[in-house]
Structure formats: structure tokens, C-alpha cells
Design a protein around this ligand. Structure first.
Ligand SMILES: [Mn+2]
Length: 308
């Protein structure tokens, strides 16, 4: 059966986000959901975590559910490298007849009824565009804007090396839908909250360099988020900001969450994916993450630097 056959046979479909959803995840989710709705399907868009304020503009995001107690004929996972990315919504995998796995994470080894995992693609949004075309599913202006948002946010505005001629061809095709790029760019890049700026200020005060400035590391504690009334997504961008310092080859951002520290790596060229994997995480060559159970920031810094 082709994925299109499975979709045709499915009455109730769920499209699910991962925890800590980003632009690629929510752009892909809204695009897939809307395309299937245009096709006439009954679709639940399931979001299990808070939506970053700069992504709330995405079409259809005012119409989602956090309910994970239904059964579905088809569950579509997007941009999720493993089952744990679904958090408590993992149960939906068991409660769905068929499961699709569409993603671009190299560490994705899941094997369901349909798998489209292409690590050479810039984003899940890019893969999704090809998927919709291959399966003759509808694309309108709203779908195109969601996909463009997904690609733009996961490709660093078409800068990362997973960006191929295909990425630009797809972007060019998306422009044919008369998408509002100004709206997308304003929301993605020019809508910083004061809380976000305060977190960045705090992170920069704590920034330390190692190995002749080649490694830049900083952290935020739970108290910082409370103090500035900030959401988790308000710390998005800190690790890239540090990576973009001229001497830095690898940036590290550590974020205290309850009894652990969640870490993010970004690199200019160095492959950080194996380091993240050794620390129990994973990701991409130049963007990877992990978490370490500890409340002692000095200990965590030591572990991470040692692994590098
Ligand atoms: Mn992605």
C-alpha cells in the first residue's frame, strides 16, 4: 500500500508534534494537517507542549488539541527522531492502527508502516513538500506558508549545509503560492520578548570560553526563567548567538530543568553529533543535544568539556 492508500483508508488521522516544538516541527504539523483537511480528512493536530510565541501565527494553530486519549486510524509523526520525543503522547503509537514517520534526523531508526527519513534534507518541511507532491495531496497558500516557515527556521534562513539546490527549488515553488514572506520573517526573527532579551543578557554574563576561545559555554537555571517570567522557548537562539562569535567553533548551552541539565551543541564545522550521542543524546552534525541528570552546574560543565 502506498502512503496515499493508507490515508485514503483512514477515517480519523492525528498529526503529532514533539516536545519543545520548533519551527520545523510546527510548520510541518500545520502544513500536513491543513493539506489533509483540504483533502477532506478528519484530522486532529496534537500539540503536547507550549507553542513558542513567535510561531503562534502559523495557520491552524488556534485549532489544536492536547488530548492524547483517542484512537486513530493513522498517526503521523513529523520531525521526531525517536518515540521519546513524543513525551506522554507516546501512547498514541500503540493506539493507532498505522503510523507514519517523516523526519530528517540521522539518528532516526524508527520503523513503522511508512518511513520517510532523509538526513540530507534541510528540514522535515522540505521532505513534507516532496511527500505532498508525490502523493498528490493539496497545497494552498496556508500549507505553503507553513512549509516555508519550517524550511526557513531549520535551515538557518537557507544557510546550513543541508541546504541543497532542491531546497531552493522547493522554496521557489512555494513562492508561486503568493506566500507572505514578510509575515513569516517578522514573526520568526523580529518578535523577541523582553523576557527573551533578559535571558540572553544573563546567559552572556555567564559565558565562558575554553580552548583559546574555540569553545563557548553558558547556562541558565530554573530561577532565571522564574525571575523573568520566561518560557522555555524564550531561550531559543542563545546557543546560536554564541556559535556566531568569531573565535567559537563549538557552542554549548545548558539549561536546568528540574533535576537535570538539558544541553545543546552548535558548531561551525565540527561534527558534534557523536559527542551528543556519547552523552546520551543525538541530533545533527552541527546541531545536537543531550541531557545529564544533575543539579550541579559545575559538575555538568566538567562532564561536557571532558567529552569534547
Ligand atoms: Mn527539524
Amino acid at each position: 500500500m502506498t502512503p496515499r492508500d493508507i490515508i485514503d483508508k483512514s477515517e480519523k488521522i492525528a498529526v503529532i508534534s514533539h516536545i519543545k516544538p520548533d519551527g520545523d516541527n510546527l510548520g510541518s504539523l500545520t502544513a500536513m494537517s491543513e493539506s489533509l483537511r483540504l483533502y477532506g480528512k478528519d484530522v486532529d493536530s496534537i500539540i503536547i507542549d507550549s507553542i513558542p510565541s513567535n510561531l503562534k501565527f502559523l495557520y491552524g494553530l488556534d485549532n489544536y488539541t492536547s488530548d492524547i486519549n483517542s484512537n486513530y486510524d493513522l498517526l503521523i509523526m513529523l520531525d521526531s527522531s525517536d518515540e521519546n520525543r513524543l513525551g506522554s503522547a507516546k501512547i498514541l503509537i500503540e493506539n493507532s492502527t498505522k503510523v507514519f514517520n517523516i523526519d530528517h534526523h540521522i539518528s532516526n531508526e524508527m520503523n513503522y508502516d511508512y518511513n520517510k527519513v532523509e538526513p540530507t534534507r534541510s528540514s522535515t518541511g522540505e521532505i513534507l513538500y516532496v511527500f505532498l507532491k508525490e502523493n498528490n495531496l493539496p497545497i494552498d497558500k496556508n500549507v505553503a506558508e507553513s512549509i516555508f516557515t519550517a524550511i526557513t527556521s531549520d535551515s538557518g534562513s537557507f544557510r546550513y549545509d543541508t541546504v541543497s539546490s532542491d531546497t531552493f527549488k522547493i522554496a521557489a515553488e512555494l513562492l508561486e503560492y503568493d506566500i507572505d514572506r514578510d509575515k513569516i520573517n517578522r514573526n520568526l526573527f523580529s518578535s523577541n520578548s523582553v523576557a527573551k532579551v533578559k535571558l540572553l543578557e544573563t546567559a552572556l554574563e555567564r559565558l565562558e570560553f575554553y580552548k583559546d576561545g574555540k569553545i563557548g559555554l553558558t547556562y541558565l537555571l530554573e530561577d532565571d526563567f522564574t525571575k523573568f517570567n520566561a518560557e522555555d522557548s524564550d531561550s531559543d537562539g542563545i546557543v546560536e548567538f554564541i556559535r556566531d562569535i568569531d573565535s567559537v567553533e563549538i557552542s554549548i548551552y545548558l539549561r536546568q530543568v528540574k533535576n537535570e541539565f538539558k544541553g545543546s551543541f552548535r558548531s561551525v564545522e565540527y561534527n558534534v553529533e557523536p559527542i551528543a550521542r556519547k552523552l546520551g543524546g543525538g541530533g545533527h552534525k552541527r546541531a545536537a543535544g543531550f541531557s545529564i541528570k544533575s543539579n550541579d552546574i559545575d559538575e555538568v560543565i566538567k562532564i561536557v568539556l571532558n567529552e569534547i
